[in-house]
Design a protein around this ligand. Structure first.
Ligand code: GUN
Ligand code: ZN
Length: 466
């Protein structure tokens, strides 16, 4: 049976760039989404103009004053850090990893603990209205099995890959494997969980990814072998993700370490097959339209151009960048390069599971960039960052990201009555006389003042998960 969801709709129609997002913004105060029995959107418009059917019944779900938004897309989050928001490492990225994160992630070797972590992880995503996620997984196959299984059981959409580490400090030892095991375990995971035919891939909700933790966790040998592995699986739609140019602590942090260790001209070269001294080619590139690089706070113009050229996306994680003192991704310069920028929580370096809170932080971070770089992001650009850009980053824009007819109905229902500050701001906040400005003001209020407790329901491909 088809279902008609009635509520206050916001989405971005078409395939706008982030700079064109305001023109693509659609608000339908008394709106409706007609969803067929396969979970596909048949129609989106004003409730009063809903298609009338003779014969086939339509179930109507009236969400009252609640908002209906496309499900949030989190393009960067860490499964084995599900309980690591407590982490105080006494320093920035490398210290935090060593003193807090590697030991926390090591606990997932234990099967029962890992199963609990997988349940908790999916529960948190659903509670936060995240319908699709790109996940840095655990090093341990038992934990990965628990997570893939839990995604399938709950009906979440996502891309997951085991965290690959073949070198590292002592604290990382429990997470490390030999070069051979790294490739074998990754390949086994892909063979087990990634759809095996193009038909299955077109219909699946869960996919696999190749995920080296970052360049400092692997050797040139591992990078070469991962390039070969990706050559083998790229056409099957397998993803690639890692961290890039995240933390530059006074010039002696992660980035300096990568440049010194590999003797490369740029950090990106290590993922682009040019990982030998002098950035000489040593293997295949890991970049492409199913590749997502997290952070990109300190990219050079040449690196941004190469990301754009290869259609690699950026997972922008401003909460994490503040938490670890990593800096601010330069908004204007990154967008001007043509690269697609999507939102990521980067939990647990990011301190929230809730994509609107990441958007809130992005607004504050980019308006605070030093002149002349500061920018006041439009609410439609914020919505783009948290929905459509995420769909694009995962090469799923034909299927999700907005409410255009034919797409799969991934949506989040936000009930302002569950969070008084939001309800009050929507009710009593001053609004301009101009209708377009009213729309922008309402969306800004919704995204900036929302709290996770206001997430009432979420749907993936028309199926309610909560
Ligand atoms: N770089 C390498 N590993 C990590 C991680 O777990 N979190 C973040 N934010 N950056 C990383
Ligand atoms: Zn991360």
């Amino acid at each position: 049976m088809s279902t008609l969801h009635r509520g206050h709709i916001f989405h971005l129609t078409g395939r706008p760039s982030v700079d064109d997002a305001a023109d693509a913004l659609v608000e339908i105060p008394d709106g409706a989404l007609l969803i067929d029995d396969q979970g596909l959107i048949e129609w989106c418009g004003r409730f009063a103009e809903r298609p009338q059917r003779t014969g086939a019944p339509i179930e109507v779900i009236d969400h009252g004053d609640s908002f209906i938004l496309p499900g949030f897309v989190d393009t960067h989050i860490h499964f084995p850090q599900v309980n690591s928001i407590d982490a105080y490492g006494g320093g920035q990225l490398l210290e935090w990893l060593e003193s807090c994160i590697f030991p926390a992630e090591a606990r997932l070797a234990e099967e029962e603990f890992a199963a609990g972590a997988a349940r908790e992880f999916c529960h948190r995503l659903i509670s936060a209205g995240t319908t699709t996620s790109l996940v840095f997984g655990s090093a341990f196959p038992v934990a990965q099995t628990a997570l893939f299984s839990e995604y399938r059981r709950r009906g979440l959409r996502g891309v997951i890959g085991r965290g690959i580490q073949t070198v590292g400090p002592d604290a990382a030892r429990p997470l490390m494997t030999s070069e051979e095991d790294a490739i074998r375990l990754t390949q086994e995971e892909i063979d087990r969980w990634h759809p095996s035919t193009p038909e299955e891939a077109a219909d699946a909700l869960v996919y696999a990814a190749i995920v080296p933790r970052f360049s400092l966790s692997v050797t040139t040998r591992t990078l070469a072998a991962l390039g070969e592995l990706y050559d083998q699986y790229r056409d099957a739609g397998v993803y690639f993700t890692s961290h890039l140019n995240e933390n530059n602590r006074s010039g002696d942090g992660e980035i300096a370490a990568v440049l010194e260790l590999f003797e490369v001209e740029s950090y990106l070269d290590t993922y682009d097959g040019r990982f030998l001294p002098g950035s000489k080619p040593g293997g295949s590139t890991l970049l492409g339209r199913r590749s997502v690089m997290a952070h990109c706070v300190h990219c050079t113009d040449a690196e941004l151009a190469r990301l754009a050229e290869t259609e690699t996306s950026v997972a922008h994680c401003p909460n994490s960048q503040l938490f670890l003192g990593s800096g601010t991704m330069p908004w204007r310069r990154t967008i001007a390069s043509g690269v697609n920028v999507a939102a990521g929580t980067d939990f647990a370096a990011g301190d929230s599971w809730f994509i609107p809170y990441v958007l809130n932080t992005a607004f504050k971070a980019h308006i605070s960039e030093p002149e002349p770089h500061g920018v006041s992001l439009h609410p439609a650009q914020l919505l783009h960052l948290g929905t459509l850009a995420g769909a694009r980053a995962l090469d799923l824009e034909d299927r999700i990201g907005n409410f255009d007819a034919g797409k799969e109905a991934d949506m989040v229902i936000i009930d302002p009555a569950r969070w008084e500050p939001l309800a009050n701001s929507l009710e009593w906040g001053l609004r301009a006389d101009d209708p377009a400005k009213q729309t922008h003001g309402r969306l800004f209020t919704l995204l900036m003042a929302c709290n996770e407790v206001a997430v009432a329901e979420i749907y993936v491909r028309g199926r309610r998960l909560r």
